[in-house]
Design a protein around this ligand. Structure first.
Ligand code: BGC
Length: 551
């Protein structure tokens, strides 16, 4: 009878996907923890040039790969483009008001390389109008007490550089990137405290040069993806050394890269193969870039080198498809960071999955299968499931594996759809922010992770890459049908402002009460608990009936 009961429960668990309780409310893991963030904690919000600026060919700006890509029919949903976007090229003063309206003293934005060097090279000198634009924006921020955090490369590579070199697959780009970075440090560095050399090289190289779903639309995850990463790592390190050598003494800013990663939870934590698979998934994701920069030994993660060599040999290749760094390059890249920049949105459940004969490329090279739990709420973005505790685990992974660095969370956020009427009382986004921010607090106060900053993505709705304007991540709503692109605060902007004003969730604050009251609904505690009870009762009944029949 007992065996029967257990089998039935297991069967139901498997069918309902609830075997390991990834989604069920777990009080120890998921309960709200009120408290304040450390003094001096940085609260910020972020955008990126192509996603907000518009003015795609204004005042001498050159064409970028995203201009070309979005102008190519079929590449972006509804044929949306960034031609006008939020029109921040003209409305940047209003943007600054939105930032100060939330009480923020930091703002992360990116420079458009082709607004400064229209063909990507410094040979014919900078485009003065582009330089003026960024000087105006930076001065406006500083005048309003906002410290700029500047990303040099948020995906909008000069089209000319793509055409001439094939883009990031070629080392030819590295010198041009360094010239551009040098110019930016020289021109804006007196007012910029934080620099990010690259935003999410994983997305650039996998989605842009592997899957081809982002610009430049190359579908070659077998080789281009890895070559792209190799050159971006060199370009990043070069820019960091340039700053370190020539600008740090005068400007005393900090330079790093922003890496993105999902958290990976083993499907069966008691099965060694799944535990190793989850780690492999993380090494191929975050470790691919973090290990060369942040680990003691430098270079790609050992598991990545071993897996790729074995796979390449099985394909009959003499050398690994994973490019190799010389020892000199390993030393050049290792340690090129002043903090750990992290973008995080979601989590995956990972199972070991070796598929023999699968098409070689980044996707299959990892030998994993990915799942999500049925209880996880999904945002509008098809990939974005809400799993707040994943962020805390990822922060701990970083602490453990990369020398306990100072971590700046440079993006975190949630999308709604482009619906009528628009979602202004954006309860789901509020849930997302309070639960994820609270996990950051737990990571700091309970686990001792040195998280120094939290950045909400995004200041306002904007061009969401291949999804165009169909997905809205903003704290502010933007009406893209109105030529004036008016911005209106969503409810989440007010809640974020209150969190910032209170430096978290101190006992007795209104925002703490609000978070406490919303918690149960946000984390689905009641729902999942009763669902689990129902499941258990059902399995007992079924086992009983089965037992009766048998007797
Ligand atoms: C990117 C942003 C993007 C956001 C939501 C991040 O990967 O840096 O540009 O809009 O995620 O997809």
């Amino acid at each position: 009878m007992l065996i029967l009961l257990m089998t039935t429960s297991l069967f139901l668990g498997l069918v309902c996907g609830a075997q390991y309780d990834y989604g069920a409310y777990d009080h120890n893991r998921d309960a709200f923890r009120p408290g304040r963030f450390p003094d001096g904690f940085i609260w910020s919000t972020a955008t990126a040039s192509y996603q907000i600026e518009g003015g795609w060919d204004a005042d001498g700006k050159g064409e970028s790969i995203w201009d070309r890509f979005s102008h190519t029919p079929g590449k972006v949903d509804r044929g949306d483009t960034g031609d006008v976007a939020c029109d921040s090229y003209n409305k940047y003063r209003e943007d600054v008001q939105l930032i100060t309206g939330m009480g923020l003293r930091y703002y992360r934005f990116s420079l458009s390389w082709t607004r400064i060097f229209p063909d990507g090279t410094s040979t014919s000198g900078p485009n003065q109008a582009g330089v003026d634009y960024y000087n105006n924006l930076i001065n406006e921020l500083v005048r309003n007490g906002v410290t700029p955090m500047v990303t040099l490369y948020h995906w909008d590579l000069p089209q000319n550089v793509q055409d001439t070199y094939g883009g990031w697959v070629s080392e030819g780009v590295v010198q041009h990137y360094n010239d551009y970075a040098t110019f930016a440090f020289q021109t804006f560095g007196d007012r910029v405290r934080y620099w990010l050399t690259f935003n999410e090289p994983w997305a650039v190289c996998y989605v842009g040069y592997g899957l081809g779903m982002h610009a430049p639309g190359i579908q070659d995850e077998r080789n281009s993806t890895y070559l792209c990463a190799h050159n971006i790592l060199k370009a990043h390190a070069g820019a960091w050394h340039t700053y370190d050598r020539n600008f740090r003494a005068d400007q005393s800013g900090q330079v790093s890269i922003t890496l993105n990663s999902d958290w990976a939870e083993p499907r069966d934590p008691d099965r060694a193969a799944d535990v190793m698979a989850a780690d492999r998934f993380l090494q191929f994701y975050l470790g691919w870039f973090a290990n060369p920069i942040y680990s003691e030994t430098g270079d790609y993660p050992a598991v990545m080198k071993e897996t790729m060599l074995a796979k390449s040999q099985a394909e009959g290749l003499r050398e690994s498809r994973l490019p190799q760094f010389t020892q000199e390059e390993v030393n050049f890249i290792r340690g090129t960071s002043d903090f750990f920049g992290l973008n995080h949105y979601t989590t995956r459940i990972i199972e070991d999955n070796v598929v023999v004969g699968a098409a070689p490329g980044y996707t299959n090279d990892r030998d994993v299968a990915q799942y999500t739990a049925p209880e996880w709420t999904r945002a509008q973005s098809q990939w974005l499931y809400e799993v707040p505790w994943g962020l805390r685990r990822l922060l701990n992974f970083i602490k453990l594996n990369y020398g306990d660095p100072e971590v700046l969370v440079t993006e975190n956020g949630r999308s709604d759809g482009d619906v009528t009427p628009p979602v202004m009382q954006d309860r789901n986004r509020i849930c997302y922010y309070i639960t994820y921010i609270d996990e950051v607090l737990k990571a700091i106060s309970e686990d001792g992770v040195k998280v120094r900053a939290y950045t909400a993505w995004s200041l306002m709705d904007n061009f969401e890459w291949a999804r165009g304007y169909t997905e809205r991540f903003g704290l502010h709503y933007v009406d893209f049908n109105d030529p004036n692109r008016p911005r209106t605060a969503k409810q989440s902007a007010g809640v974020y402002r209150d969190i910032v004003a209170n430096n978290g969730f101190p006992e007795g604050a209104d925002v703490t009460r609000l978070a406490g009251n919303m918690w149960r609904g946000c984390r689905g505690a009641a729902v999942t608990t009763s669902a689990n009870i129902a499941l258990l009762v059902l399995s007992f009944i079924m086992a009983g009936i089965y037992g009766l029949i048998k007797m």
